[in-house]
Design a protein around this ligand. Sequence first.
Ligand code: SAM
Length: 215
Amino acid sequence: MEEKTDFEKLRRLMVDYQIRSRGIKNKRVISALIKVPREEFVPDELKQSAYDDCPLPIGYGQTISQPYIVALMTELADPKAGMRVLEIGTGSGYQTAILCEIGCEVFSIERISEIAEKAENTLKKLGYNPRIFIGDGTAGLQDYQPYQAIIVTAGAPDIPEPLIEQLDEGGRIVIPVGDLFSQTLIRGIKNKGKLITENYGGCQFVPLKGKYGWK
Ligand code: SAM
């Protein structure tokens, strides 16, 4: 008889050995990571690898990010319950679920409709209710701005100007910026209308495509 995988145990091990051990401390982030079943966001044939310390393919040349990167980006954005958060690049919906679990009002944009639909179904099945939009997220989402946090989960050549405009005063944007092969994770905090940025090390993301991204 085939043994059933104990995903809850794998999830706790992932949080101890990949997240806490690397310095992530934010309690809201940790408890969301302990609750959200990452195995639901990966293709069936990769479920056994859902808690591995790496990104995984989700189809259409896209990926679900490494758990640590999701934790780091979320900690840098510092979301709290009730905050309005914009995510660019829904992908599998895992990062979206983490933000929903924290209690944020989440708006997420994905340019590939098949990916967006799959993510929306997974999120609904798990009881999360973010607003998912299909389109070019580099232009942001004018109708619901300002956002207290913006998380961009694809690598950009620069920080798209519309996203800076749609960020609330005191709000935080977390975005990988660089070339097509490697980027630096940047956190910007809006202060008197201007973005004050800090660097948080190297990372590798799929490209952010669109009007204010890669053509
Ligand atoms: N946050 C995701 C997760 O947890 O699975 C990972 C997202 S994946 C690394 C990046 C996603 O950004 C891809 O699904 C890609 O199609 C999407 N993307 C790239 N450019 C975009 C754009 N301009 N607008 C919206 N989505 C975009």
